[in-house]
Write a protein that binds this ligand. Structure first.
Ligand SMILES: Nc1nc2c(c(=O)[nH]1)N[C@H]1C(S)=C(S)[C@@H](COP(=O)(O)OP(=O)(O)OC[C@H]3O[C@@H](n4cnc5c(=O)[nH]c(N)nc54)[C@H](O)[C@@H]3O)O[C@H]1N2
Ligand SMILES: Nc1nc2c(c(=O)[nH]1)N[C@H]1C(S)=C(S)[C@@H](COP(=O)(O)OP(=O)(O)OC[C@H]3O[C@@H](n4cnc5c(=O)[nH]c(N)nc54)[C@H](O)[C@@H]3O)O[C@H]1N2
Ligand code: SF4
Ligand SMILES: [Mo]
Length: 731
């Protein structure tokens, strides 16, 4: 045999964020020579960001676990897969038999959504486990979007997507796609697409408490006081109705409740809105007129308007604005996708959002889509009584750094009877596990974006074969979940479905499920039922992906609600207007007030909490800094680069200040995903660049009461010149 390893070129999809960039990877044997953008990918056209190259670092990372480990005291010792899987299954089953099914909780993190096989097998495992204590990163993220669109359109994934390449006006509220690369709007190379929008005479308007990288590309940027977006959105609607500018067009034929909206928004006149938001009344009026007059327009709001106390109200108002201006389901407006695996179409009728939700045991927070808000996790572990959580399985998540009040969650994790993690790093969360089950990394598995094709600004489909064979004995996420599911079934007859079902489940691997999903999808030319849709083979023959065309109007048929009529003013959401007026005093916080409002930010070289072990992503000046306006800094005697102490109800952190007028007065900003100073991590690079965790300041008691989503933005904090770091902080 030829001893020299062969050079190969492989085409795949970057699995790190929602942009689905095509990548070209050259390898020699098991070595990665280079990672570049795939110029032949019809969607991403060669674009990548610095993180794609760091895939190599994670792949080669010596800190990454390759085999299961068990914690003995503060040491980790290797165990066989058989032993590890058997122990996890039997401990979970045993705790459930003593304390009931709900005593075992699960938390699924963000990378789950980037792996179709983990998603499918994880869901199956959850059904077999049978606990209602399911949590995920959804409730520190996009939960309000799902709630709003389920009420309006009948399915949590019927999310209208900005028709970015054709729109004439894009209003971006609380999103920074130039850095985040777009979210609930898969749009690779989004910065170029935004520049193209302006080059074709279109308009980009950004509303954000920080003059972001996206704002710098915009025609207009408005600062807004954190958390006051609902006021702005209500004000825009008020002007549109007051000036008779509403033009729902063909949508009127299947939309009810427009008059209710008109009545509800009447009190929110621009003067009041200005006092609440800090945006001048004439700017509110001008913005409303512009939106109404645009040939086509898309209002788009993301994290800034989701993870705040009125997230669901905001997301509903954004939908309403798009409807009353006639921009829903219109080219250049916001449109529904038609993905090649079309789970919305298979769903029949979606979730009935008007049903009274299940509520958490301790605080009574509402559930949604079969899970509970993660802001309730720590108290559900700590509060004794029937239904108390005594064991936890986390997968692809790092809630100690990514959910509010990480300090409290850490204490709660340490008090569990048992914890297991499906993850390949020993990080701030998994260090609390007794057993860690490490799956293969993304480059060793096949890839299809089940979720993000359904959220993309164009219909495309792309399947990638694994770049590398998994190393001998390694298991994929889905195989770990299948193994746990099988063992739980074997331990307990009551969990065992009938034989026929079990055989079907065995046969229906994630890959076969994907193949079937494609076959039943809307694309393909075959007339025979078994030749319908796309075949997986067809996709395999197109390593750069298939372009299936621009988004197309599809209403009302695509609605998943009874009677195919949109109820624009669902009472379950509109009641929240009372809370808004009650809880948000109109004026600005008093000038004497010592408090500043803390917001988050993202950085081009981070991916939530877990890529800081890549040297190329952490090198250079520290990026975990507190942005503070010069006036606020001066008043507190804070100078550029000096250490500051930031205190909130949940805790205190100390970090360098970056004095800049890029944030508005009264607002400070900290990125999330840092805080690698905890003991017991196996993250040698990250631990040398620890930063502090913003979620040691955020508050698990601050949620959007309507849906339970964490209110991570707009946290009141006190900022003082800082002493050197307090050693107790590192305990
Ligand atoms: N580089 C990088 N890219 C990422 C990630 C990452 O960690 N790093 N994470 C990925 C993930 S999981 C997601 S969900 C997406 C998120 O994608 P985005 O939502 O686009 O990302 P953010 O940077 O959180 O943008 C939120 C914006 O809201 C602003 N904001 C804060 N509070 C308020 C407010 O009260 N009102 C208004 N109007 N604005 C406010 C912030 O200043 C910020 O600019 O990014 C993804 N992409
Ligand atoms: N304050 C504040 N907090 C935030 C945010 C914010 O803007 N501000 N953003 C929120 C958002 S949008 C999100 S999505 C969450 C993310 O929250 P999480 O999903 O809880 O956290 P991640 O940092 O994405 O952690 C991912 C974990 O998955 C592991 N991992 C990576 N790939 C795989 C894989 O293929 N399989 C398995 N099993 N594990 C894998 C990594 O090692 C890491 O431990 O954070 C949220 N937290
Ligand atoms: S933008 Fe997202 S998908 Fe594209 S290369 Fe960067 S991390 Fe990967
Ligand atoms: Mo996210």
């Amino acid at each position: 045999m030829n001893q020299r390893a062969q050079e190969r070129t492989h085409f795949g999809t970057c699995p790190l964020c929602e942009a689905m960039c095509g990548i070209e990877i050259r390898t020699e044997g098991s070595r990665i020579l280079s990672i570049r953008g795939d110029g032949a990918d019809p969607f991403s056209r060669g674009h990548i960001c610095p993180k794609a190259v760091a895939l190599k670092d994670v792949h080669e990372d010596p800190d990454r676990l390759r085999a299961p480990v068990r914690r003995v005291g503060d040491r980790w010792i290797p165990v066989s897969w058989e032993e590890a899987l058997a122990e996890v299954a039997s401990r979970l089953a045993e705790i459930q038999s003593r304390h009931g099914r709900d005593a075992v909780a699960t938390y699924f993190g963000n990378p789950t959504v980037h792996s179709y096989s983990a998603l499918l097998a994880g869901a199956r495992f959850g059904r077999t486990l049978g606990s209602r204590n399911r949590f995920s990163a959804t409730s520190v993220d996009q939960l309000p979007h799902h709630v709003a669109v389920t009420h309006l359109y009948g399915h949590p994934l019927l999310l209208p997507i900005p028709d970015l390449d054709r729109t004439r006006l894009l209003l971006v509220i609380g999103a920074n796609p130039v850095v985040s690369n777009g979210s609930l709007m898969t749009a690779p190379d989004v910065a170029r697409r935004l520049k193209d929008l302006r080059a074709r005479g279109g308009t980009l308007i950004v509303v954000d408490p920080r003059r972001t990288e996206t704002a710098q590309l915009a025609d207009t940027h408005h600062f807004i006081r954190p958390g006051r977006d609902a006021w702005l959105l209500l004000g825009l609607l008020q002007v549109i109705f007051e000036e008779e500018l509403a033009r729902p067009g063909r949508l009127a034929a299947f939309t009810e409740g427009i008059d209710t909206v008109r009545r509800l928004v009447r009190p929110f006149e621009p003067g009041r809105v200005a006092r609440a938001t800090g945006i001048a009344a004439e700017d509110v009026v001008a913005l409303a007129r512009r939106l109404a007059a645009a040939e086509s327009a898309a209002v788009y709001g993301r994290m800034g308007v989701s993870v705040q106390p009125f997230g669901a109200l905001c997301q509903w108002l954004i939908q309403v604005l798009n409807v009353v201006t006639g921009n829903l389901d219109r080219p250049g407006g916001v449109m529904f996708t038609r993905p090649a695996v079309d789970f919305v179409a298979y769903a029949g009728r979606g979730i009935d959002a008007s049903r009274e939700p299940r509520r958490t045991r301790v605080r009574g927070l509402p559930g949604f889509g079969g899970e509970f808000p993660v802001a309730a996790l720590a108290e559900e572990i700590e509060t004794p009584g029937p239904g108390q959580i005594r064991a936890l399985l986390t997968s692809a998540g790092n809630p100690v750094l990514s959910t509010p009040n990480g300090r409290r969650l850490e204490r709660a994790l340490a008090s569990l009877e048992f914890m297991a993690a499906v993850d390949f790093y020993i990080n701030e969360t998994t260090r609390h596990a007794q057993i860690i089950l490490p799956p293969t990394f993304a480059l060793e598995r096949d890839h299809y974006d089940l979720v993000f094709h359904a959220l993309a600004i164009r219909n495309t489909a792309k399947y990638a074969r694994p770049l590398f064979e998994p190393s001998p004995g390694a298991l994929h996420d889905w195989q770990i979940f299948a193994g746990l599911t099988r063992r739980l079934e074997a331990l307990d007859r009551a969990r065992r479905p009938p034989l026929r079902q079990r055989l079907a489940d065995r046969w229906l691997t994630p890959r076969r499920t994907l193949a079937l999903g494609l076959r039943f999808g809307p694309y393909g030319s075959g007339m025979r039922p078994w030749r319908r849709g796309l075949s997986l083979r067809q996709l395999e023959e197109q390593p750069h992906g298939l372009d299936l065309g621009p988004l197309e109007p599809c209403l009302p048929s695509r609605l998943r609600i009874r009677g195919k009529r949109i109820q624009l003013a669902p009472p379950a959401i509109t009641v929240d207007l009372e809370r808004l007026v009650r809880e948000q005093p109109e004026g600005a916080p008093s000038a004497e007030g010592q408090e500043l409002l803390l917001i988050g930010r993202r950085d081009p070289r981070t991916n939530n909490s877990w890529m800081h072990n890549s040297r190329r992503l952490v090198k250079g000046p520290a990026r975990c800094t507190l942005l503070i306006h010069p006036d606020d800094a001066r008043r507190r005697g804070i100078t550029q680069g000096a250490l500051v102490r930031v205190a909130a109800r949940s805790g205190t952190v100390t970090l360098p200040a970056e004095v800049t007028d890029e944030v508005m007065p009264g607002v400070v900003s900290l990125p999330h995903g840092w805080g690698h100073h905890r003991p017991g991590l196996q993250l040698s690079v990250a631990s040398a660049h620890p930063g502090v965790s913003v979620n040691d300041l955020t508050d698990e008691q601050r949620v959007d009461a309507l849906c339970g989503n964490a209110a991570l933005n707009g946290v009141p904090v006190i900022v003082r010149p800082g002493a050197p770091p307090d050693p107790s902080q590192f305990a």
